[in-house]
Design a protein around this ligand. Sequence first.
Ligand code: ADP
Length: 181
Amino acid sequence: MIIILFGPPGAGKGTQADLLKEKLNLLHLSTGDILREEVNNGTELGLLAKKFMDAGELVTDELIIGMIKNKIISNTTDKGFLLDGFPRTISQAEALDQMLEENSLKVEKVISLEVEDDELINRLLLRGRSDDNRETITNRLEVYKKQTLPIKNYYSEFGLLIEIKGDDSIEEVFNNIITSI
Ligand code: ADP
């Protein structure tokens, strides 16, 4: 089973992913977490990615797609995947489809967490990660709308999209996701 958790920065993807991976026995792949680990370890990928992350821009498709391919190929368990923060562009979505098809797999559901901008900004400012400053947040939300939001249509045309209100309590959001899939 391959599930995509979709939504803007601050929508609660990471929080829900932690609950969902236990409940559904999935391997959680967060591109943001993987990239931050690469940055902390000072790898070549980390060095390349850091300047984009600090500016609230997307890391290039080429780097991200290569990184995800490695993670999917090197996964030897028979667990499914919970993708969080990927895909984030149409090119990434197409590359994902292609790599899954090559392995006779497909995306099962795309769960889109819906939260208003004002609430997202409040949450991110409270979270206070190093890229959670006002300027970067504004840019990330713009980048999300321009480059990532079109993916919703892409998956909706395949009948895979489920929209969930993301501003209820953590438990309510979780229960709504479980009920919907
Ligand atoms: P957020 O809560 O802002 O969505 P993430 O942890 O998902 O944070 O991502 C942090 C940063 O990592 C993004 O701003 C972007 O620079 C980079 N990133 C993560 N996933 C991707 C991706 N799929 N494509 C391009 N860049 C990505």
